[in-house]
Design a protein around this ligand. Structure first.
Ligand SMILES: C=CC1=C(C)c2cc3[nH]c(cc4nc(cc5[nH]c(cc1n2)c(C)c5CCC(=O)O)C(CCC(=O)O)=C4C)c(C)c3C=C
Ligand SMILES: [Fe+2]
Ligand SMILES: [Fe+2]
Length: 329
C-alpha cells in the first residue's frame, strides 16, 4: 500500500489495463492470452475465437509485440505500470492525511485486482477508479468483472463505489488543456492538433457502447478550452486490432493524409490515455511520426500523457474526495 494509515476507513483503488511481466515473447503471450480471452474485449463465441486466438494470434503477435514492448521498457518496468504506480504514490501523499489509503491494480497481469484489494484490507469503503476517462464496456466492464471475481472469496464485502467515467470532468479537461499549453510554450504551436483516442470495433458502438460519444465530447471540450477553431484540430482513433470495422477516422490514415498535404508541424495528444504506455510511446510517438514524415510531413510532436503531473494529481484528488464525500459516508 502506498502510505496508508494503520487502519484507514476508506480506500481508493486505481485500475488500469495492465502490461506483460517482461518484454519477452513468452510473457507477452501469457498477457495477451488473458487479455484477449476476455469476452468484454473480444466478444466472439469461444468455440470460434479460441482456435483463432491460440492458433494464429498467440503464435504470431507475441514476438512482434515483445519487440515493441522492449523499445519502450524502462529500468523500473512497463511504462503503464510505472506511471500508474507513480500516480498512486502521488495521490497517497494528497489523501493519506485524510484517512484515505491508495492502491493500484491492473485488469490483466500484475498487480491483479485481488492483490490491489489486499492492500486495502480493513477499509470499510472502497472507491474503484478505472483509469479510462471515456466509458467502454471493453475497459470499465472488464474492471467490474475482475473486481467481482476478486471479491468472490470475501466473507465481508466493503461498501463499494465504482466511477463509471470522467470524460467531461472539469479537472481532467483543465489538466489536459494545461499540458497542451505547457507543450506549446516550450516547443511552439503546431499547425494542427490531432487528438488520438484508442479505437473500438464499430459494432460495439452500434450495440450501445457510449465510448465514441464520450471521446467526441472530451475532444470538443478540450478544443474549446484551447480556443481552437474547427480547422485547427481533429479527433482520430488508433490501435485497430483484427479484421472487423473499427471507429473512424483512423489515426494512421489521418497522419498519412496530413503528411501528404505537406503540413510543416503537427502536435498529437492522446486524451484517452492518462498514463503513457505502449500505445502512446511506441504507436504514436514513434510510429505516428514515421508515418507522418514518410508521407511528406515536417515536424511531429507527441504531447505526453498526464502521468503524475502535479496539476493532474491535484485534479484527480479533488475528483476522488468528491466521490468519497458522496453517498459513501
Ligand atoms: C484507453 C482505452 C482502451 C480501450 C477502449 C481499449 C480497447 C481494446 N484494446 C484491444 C486490443 C489491444 N489493446 C492493447 C493495448 C492497450 N490497450 C489500452 C487501452 C484500451 N484498449 C492500453 C492502455 C494498452 C497498452 C498496454 C500496455 O502494456 O502499455 C493490446 C496489446 C498490445 C499489443 O499487442 O499491441 C491489444 C491487443 C481491443 C481488441 C479493444 C476493444 C475491444
Ligand atoms: Fe487496447
Ligand atoms: Fe496497439
Amino acid at each position: 500500500m502506498v502510505g496508508a494509515r494503520v487502519n484507514p476507513r476508506s480506500g481508493v483503488l486505481l485500475v488500469n489495463l495492465g502490461s506483460p511481466a517482461a518484454p519477452t515473447p513468452a510473457a507477452v503471450r501469457r498477457y495477451l492470452k488473458q487479455f484477449l480471452s476476455d469476452r468484454r474485449v473480444v466478444n466472439l463465441p469461444p468455440l470460434l475465437w479460441q482456435p483463432i486466438l491460440r492458433g494464429i494470434v498467440l503464435t504470431t503477435r507475441p514476438r512482434r509485440s515483445a519487440r515493441l514492448y522492449k523499445s519502450v521498457w524502462t529500468a523500473e518496468g512497463a511504462p503503464l505500470v510505472v506511471n500508474t504506480r507513480r500516480q498512486a504514490a502521488g495521490l497517497a501523499t494528497r489523501l493519506t492525511g485524510q484517512g484515505v489509503a491508495v492502491a493500484f491494480a491492473m485488469s490483466y497481469g500484475a498487480p491483479s485486482l485481488a492483490q490491489g484489494l489486499a492492500q486495502l484490507a480493513g477499509c470499510e469503503r472502497v472507491l474503484v477508479l478505472p483509469m479510462f476517462p471515456q466509458h467502454s464496456a471493453s475497459t470499465q466492464g472488464a474492471v467490474f468483472d475482475a473486481l467481482a471475481a476478486a471479491l468472490r472469496p470475501a466473507m465481508r464485502l466493503p461498501t463499494l463505489r465504482f466511477v463509471a467515467d470522467f470524460h467531461d470532468h472539469p479537472g481532467y479537461i483543465d489538466a489536459l488543456a494545461a499540458s497542451v499549453r505547457a507543450h506549446w510554450a516550450v516547443h511552439g504551436r503546431g499547425d494542427r492538433l490531432l487528438m488520438s483516442f484508442h479505437g473500438l470495433p464499430q459494432r460495439n458502438v452500434d450495440r450501445g457502447d457510449p465510448y465514441a460519444g464520450q471521446c467526441a465530447r472530451t475532444a470538443r471540450l478540450l478544443a474549446d478550452a484551447l480556443d481552437l477553431k474547427d480547422d485547427q484540430w481533429q479527433l482520430a482513433y488508433q490501435s485497430r486490432f483484427g479484421k472487423a470495422r473499427w471507429l473512424e477516422p483512423a489515426t494512421d490514415a489521418t497522419l498519412r493524409a496530413w503528411g501528404a498535404q505537406g503540413l510543416a508541424r503537427v502536435d498529437v495528444v492522446c486524451p484517452g490515455f492518462v498514463a503513457d504506455c505502449l500505445e502512446t510511446l511506441e504507436e504514436i510517438a514513434s510510429g505516428g511520426q514515421r508515418i507522418f514524415q514518410a508521407a511528406g510531413g515536417g515536424q511531429f510532436r507527441y504531447i505526453a500523457s498526464l502521468n503524475d503531473s502535479p496539476a493532474w494529481l491535484d485534479a484527480l484528488a479533488d475528483l476522488l474526495r468528491a466521490q468519497l464525500a458522496g453517498d459513501c459516508q
